[in-house]
Design a protein around this ligand. Sequence first.
Ligand code: RUQ
Ligand code: CUA
Length: 645
Amino acid sequence: MLLGFTALLSSCGNQGDSKSSSNGALSSNAAEKVYVAPGEHDEFYAFMSGGYSGNITVYGLPSGRMFKEIPVFSQFPTSGYGYSEETKPMLNTSFGFVPWDDSHHPDISQTNGELDGRWIFINGNNTPRIARVSLSTFETEEIIEIPNSAGNHSSSFITENTEYVVAGTRFSVPVPQRDMPINEYKGNFKGSLSFISVAPDNGRLNLEFQLTMPGFNYDLSHPGRGKSHGWFFFTTYNTEEANSLMEVNSSQNDKDFIAAINWKKVEAYVKNGGGTMMPAEYAHNVYDEHTHTATSTMKKEVLTVNPLDVPGAVFFLPTPKSPHGCDVDPSGQYIIGNGKLSADLTVHSFDKMIAAIEGKKFDGEAYGIPILKFEDVLAGVVKSGGLGPLHTEFDGKGNAYTTFFISSEVVKWKLGTWEVLDRQPTFYSVGHLMIPGGNSAKPFGKYVVAMNKITKDRYLPTGPEMEHSAQIYDISGDKMELIYDFPTHGEPHYAAGIPAELLAPKSKKIYRLDENKHPYAVLTPADARVERDGNEVHVYMSTIRSHFTPDNIEGVKVGDKVYFHITNHEQDFDVPHGFAMIGQNTSELLVMPGQTKTSLWEPKKPGVWPFYCTDFCSALHQEMQGYVRVSPAGSNVPLTYSLGE
Ligand code: RUQ
Ligand code: CUA
């Protein structure tokens, strides 16, 4: 009976069988490998994209413990991100306030091809955006919208010195957008590949140029590195340029392409005045750590480049068959394209590609872009025997690991000989996988984390909706060993891992009060006050264990807009205070030591209304509360405020 039940729960192809055998193989030794004793720290951070949560979650490896959710594209009531007056501008776009997105591919900044731990970037898929998150504050510092783009999926990958973060369009669209019949897509829609520069000192983003490519779907991308530094590779599908019943119509061609872009050439062309400035509207939002405030600027134009105007910069490498992942090995020699509908993996050789380009060995062209001959650029084929290959990561020891969605497995194979060395089942339907640094010149090949799309029986059921599931394999030996699985929040697509020792020492503990430049900050409780400006009431409030200054306010009227500007005067690590007001149409705020945040309240009814601290900050946290007296509109109760009177 028990067997039957298990089979029922995991009735997903052959997954049921592999599951029982593998679970039986787990030894106490596996437990030791993931056990991080109380009070001890993990060896790696893992930053997982949240998918439809729009955010990033931070986990420890190997323990699988979740440390934090970093709000990026989604309002986050837990901290007040996107609800506080200071952070609302972060979610501004050319479509107005967009409080959500679908985040897929985090990538950590690099220097000389190695992780440097300054920032992590992530894409917003739905309303195309790229975000930069500080890895000292773990806060989103900047979001730039990408015009002329849609389904911003082949993003956000960075070049080996973080010169650019790259964003490619998954859906081609009319450029510029206009009213036209959908069935005139073919030949008329365009695919924009955007190159956004990253300022080396402060990380500021600037959309430098957009390559206006043929109207294919640009699915994933990776930078060249080492010898191929200066190039960027994008998988394409729908080279058929179909616009309906895509599952059939975009799977007609035996081969689609990997687009190879010599971005250094395009950069030089642009620096010499090349390209066409075109009108475009896109938001650029920047958070300032000293004013604790974001500003949003609407940009008005973008530099576009027609690939045909930069000879020698763009080529197509034929790749079977609707490829998804596009991965480059640590040496920069091999470019791997995983055809979703193919059983084999295609590996292209960078050297062969260069030789073919120099020998002008073309096999026709697409919209004027030269197509190289498949055989001329092919380094090898991995005959894996798996089904539905998606993504590949590298361990830095000459091995590659590829996920197979349909056959639910990770396959380890050897670069250069293309032989399959090992395969392990995943539970179930794996998408991306991640080795810390596995997308850099220097991977830390100790663990691989598989991120699965389906959970089913891995955990106690939680109704129809289950969190997704990730699995950790020890890859330090010849064979992969499954050592742990853990639930992940949202839908992690890609993830980025980094040794803890590269980040932990730089992690910020407090914001210094004496560096607080917020225009509404109160730097001492003596400056706390309440001011009226027409129907706006500004409360300059301070907090310290365990009171607000002031905590009694009178003279507020129905119809007022009350701004509580709350400065946390603590200068101690991990002592936030919260703020919440009854009936407020926004979330609570969590204010970190030394920080100022603003909460808007529009009182609707006369009465005496309490507010309180939402974070259990001290033994007298429950005493951390106050009252606002609200009088009817037009009343003449004078504005007063006090503490301890
Ligand atoms: S995806 S499971 Cu990166 Cu959005 Cu491949
Ligand atoms: Cu401050 Cu609770």
